[in-house]
Design a protein around this ligand. Structure first.
Ligand SMILES: Nc1ncnc2c1ncn2[C@@H]1O[C@H](COP(=O)(O)OP(=O)(O)OP(=O)(O)O)[C@@H](O)[C@H]1O
Length: 736
């Protein structure tokens, strides 16, 4: 077969991003132009060389009168890397200025703006000399910088940087890997940490993907080899059919451009027990869980039963979203059938229903009904504990620890609860719990936690009788909000001690339901199999830094006996700053919001369903929907009806929008008394610890709402501003 090599086609992630932003008719032309790469003999013909470019391998291709593509293609070689698609003059300008190199540390391809870098150095010297500030990388030796992949051109520039802002300003012209290394060092990581977390991951994932991508014995040119080692930045495609498939779904880059730090977690052949991924909002935890599920489905032997893998999460809406994404990732119907996607509570009810004579199950879904029942019980027994206190004691101590008798409750640890309860008080609480649960039993009515408990007992009995566990692998997303009863159900659903039994994705900073767990106490040890993601792919740097400031100084536990911070958490790209606006009245806030949404729709041409509005309580959402309707803007209040299809702008409570994302996001009604919601916070005098926990929960809720925004965020209030807003820096009050 000598001389008959197929061309290698690679796609840079910038290419897909720019392609996604083009109008549909231009996208069709781009697809047509690159479809011509079908045969190696013809592939290079359409490429035009540039004279006086920095890199003779950078060529352009005509798309139409206005657009050109930029391709990296060595003369006479058979590798093509699609880099950019830009308006005609910009494409030429980009191709003239840039140069592709292979990084000495990662062996992957990197691109740099050669001209801008050359022009930069003298100016930088002056700036530093003028201010005499301390160089940013004084503590790192040249040898270390070189070992981490900083090359001869960048080293003198790095030496002249004296602030993180300067580094940030240079980001667009620096080779991406080298920026990542410098960012890590500037954020306080030592050279060894940077080596392990940034270089080694890229190197080892790159080598792994390269060995999969290249057939044994096939000779390769340097460019092909380096392309294959550039996991996360470059995706190799098998041919025109795959290229066309990718171009049909340009918004779903997550399917092919996993960052090496994501790839190594998702595609590790096997974990010798439960594994976990954490990270701030938008770092791709869900993406990693989806890829892991796909990896496990592909690894199952042929003929494996349908539904052998469970992919689960907190709510029904999030489960539907997971199912939708999974269908994009896995196209093989048999592999897809191996993964069952269902939310935990629905799974628990299904198990219980299947076990009862009647499949009807009455479940208390509204927390207000639960509280009303507690209030009745407390009145009947003449107790002076509040309904909320009793409910919390039941959920956070009794159900959480699976306590079944008065004796064990008397001895139980109440760590995390702020009010001491002596034996007499405990006996009173136990009486209330017994009366409350007895009433539920008589009415054959359940809470979801009870359903989970009962489902766990059913599963445990079945496996004690020798039946196989329900699932071979269990993956759970949004894990920070699970109650211990739900954890126990998941533990019982898969065989402990088996490789890849549990895969857990979650962010403790987004804990909004007050459920704190210790994984160890539930028999789930993730020691040595825990990973953290640091790069936000959803929101701009401006949104991420504003929202992160809300949580500064808050200690959050990581469910495994440690704490987790957000200091090295950052965004992958820049955009406009969030806008924060106050209004004298509710009507004025709604009017301004309607104006902002109209501008997003008309000036920025954002489709209505890519605009989200988060509110703390649903009635304000309805008022906003009415305001939008008066302006002729379609909107849906999410969850208001299960039968009406969702159209237009999505309005939802902050709880409801968890896990979702929108190009433009308004977080409205962030007023004093509403955020934090007064009646959602236990008074300090009732339970000081619970008071702190509730406040943190409300703060996390605001954080979750703000981090749903991809490109634009507006936060507004009427009356007095929420005290939480004083934590965040005042952004420029500019229209977005
Ligand atoms: N490697 C990647 N390349 C491109 N896009 C990515 C990548 N990883 C994640 N994304 C995108 O970033 C966004 C956030 O990803 P994802 O929802 O998985 O994050 P998350 O950590 O689960 O977020 P949250 O905790 O806030 O719900 C999504 O739009 C996803 O498609």
């Amino acid at each position: 077969m000598k001389g008959l090599r197929m061309p290698t086609l690679g796609l840079h992630k910038d290419f897909l991003r720019e392609f996604a932003q083009l109008e549909k008719k231009v996208r069709t032309k781009v697809a047509d132009a690159f479809d011509k790469f079908e045969h190696s003999s013809a592939s290079g013909q359409h490429l035009e060389k540039l004279s006086h470019g920095r890199d003779p391998r950078l060529k352009t291709i005509r798309i139409d009168k206005f657009y050109r593509g930029v391709v990296l293609a060595p003369d006479g070689g058979d590798s093509f890397l699609l880099l950019k698609v830009l308006p005609h003059d910009d494409a030429i300008d980009w191709a003239l200025k840039h140069r592709a190199t292979v990084n000495a540390a990662t062996e992957g391809i990197e691109l740099r703006n050669d001209i801008a870098l050359e022009q930069l150095a003298p100016g930088l010297k002056l700036a530093t000399g003028g201010r005499g500030a301390q160089p940013l990388f004084l503590h790192v030796s040249d040898a270390d910088l070189t070992r981490l992949g900083i090359d001869e051109q960048i080293l003198p520039i790095a030496r002249r940087l004296d602030s993180e802002e300067m580094l940030d300003a240079l980001r667009p012209i620096l080779p991406e890997h080298q920026y990542d290394v410098l960012f890590g060092l500037a954020a306080g990581m030592g050279p060894e940490d940077v080596w392990r977390e940034i270089v080694q991951i890229q190197l080892s994932v790159g080598l792994e993907t390269a060995s999969v991508a290249t057939k044994a014995g096939t000779p390769q040119d340097d460019l092909t080899a380096a392309m294959a080692r550039s996991q996360g930045r470059i995706a190799l495609v098998s041919g025109p059919a795959e290229l066309m498939e990718l171009l049909e779904r340009p918004f779903d880059a997550w399917r092919i451009f996993l960052h090496p730090s994501q790839h190594r977690i998702a595609y590790r052949p096997s974990y010798n027990g439960p594994a976990r991924v954490t990270g701030g909002p938008g770092t791709g935890k869900t993406v990693v869980a989806l890829h892991r599920a796909a990896h496990l489905a592909m690894a199952l032997p042929p003929g494996s039963p349908d539904g052998a893998i469970l992919l689960t999460t907190f709510t029904r809406d999030l489960a539907s979203e997971l199912q939708r994404s999974l269908r994009l990732l896995l196209t093989d119907a048999e592999q897809l059938r191996r993964i069952r996607v269902v939310n935990i509570d629905a799974l628990a009810s299904e198990i219980l229903r299947g076990h009862r004579e009647s499949s009807r199950l009455s479940i208390l879904t509204d927390q207000r009904d639960v509280i009303a029942r507690w209030a009745r019980t407390a009145r009947r027994l003449d107790l002076d504990h509040s309904a909320e206190f009793l409910d919390q004691e039941w959920r956070h101590v009794i159900l959480a620890q699976g306590i079944g008798t008065a004796e064990s409750y008397l001895k139980a640890s109440r760590a995390g609860r702020g009010t001491a309860l002596g034996p007499l008080k405990r006996a009173q609480v136990w009486r209330a719990v017994t009366a409350f649960t007895e009433d539920l039993r008589t009415a054959d009515t359940w809470t979801f936690h009870q359903v989970c408990d009962e489902a766990t007992r059913i599963l445990d009995r079945r496996s004690a009788g020798g039946a196989p566990r329900l699932f071979r692998h269990v993956l759970v997303d949004e894990a920070q909000d699970l109650h211990p009863a739900q954890w126990r159900l998941l533990r019982a659903a898969t065989e402990p001690g088996r490789p890849d039994d549990l895969f857990i994705a979650g962010d403790p900073h987004q804990r909004i339901y007050g459920n704190k767990v210790s994984l160890r106490s539930l028999g789930i040890s993730v020691t040595g199999r825990s990973h953290r993601l640091r790069i936000n792919y959803r929101s701009t740097h401006e949104i991420v830094s504003w929202a992160t400031a809300l949580l500064v100084g808050e200690a959050v536990d990581d469910m495994d006996g440690g704490g987790e911070g957000l200091s090295d958490y950052r965004s992958a790209f820049h955009g406009s700053r969030p806008a924060v606006t106050g209004h004298p009245t509710k009507a004025a806030e709604i009017e301004s919001l309607v104006g902002q949404i109209s501008r997003w729709l008309s000036e920025s041409e954002v489709p209505a369903d890519e605009i989200g509005v988060a509110v703390r309580f649903v009635q304000f959402g309805r008022d906003i929907a009415a305001g939008l309707a008066r302006a002729g803007i379609p909107a849906t209040v999410m969850g208001a009806s299960s039968t009406t299809p969702e159209i237009g702008v999505r309005i939802g409570t902050m709880h409801r929008l968890k896990g979702l994302e929108f190009r433009c996001m308004a977080v409205a009604g962030v007023s004093d008394g509403v955020v934090p919601m007064r009646n959602a916070v236990t008074p300090r005098e009732v339970d000081a610890q619970q008071h702190r926990e509730d406040l943190l929960g409300e703060l996390s809720l605001l954080f979750v709402a703000c981090t749903r925004a991809r490109e634009a965020l507006q936060v507004s209030w009427h009356g007095e501003a929420s005290p939480f807003l004083a934590r965040a820096p005042q952004p420029e009050r500019l229209p977005l």
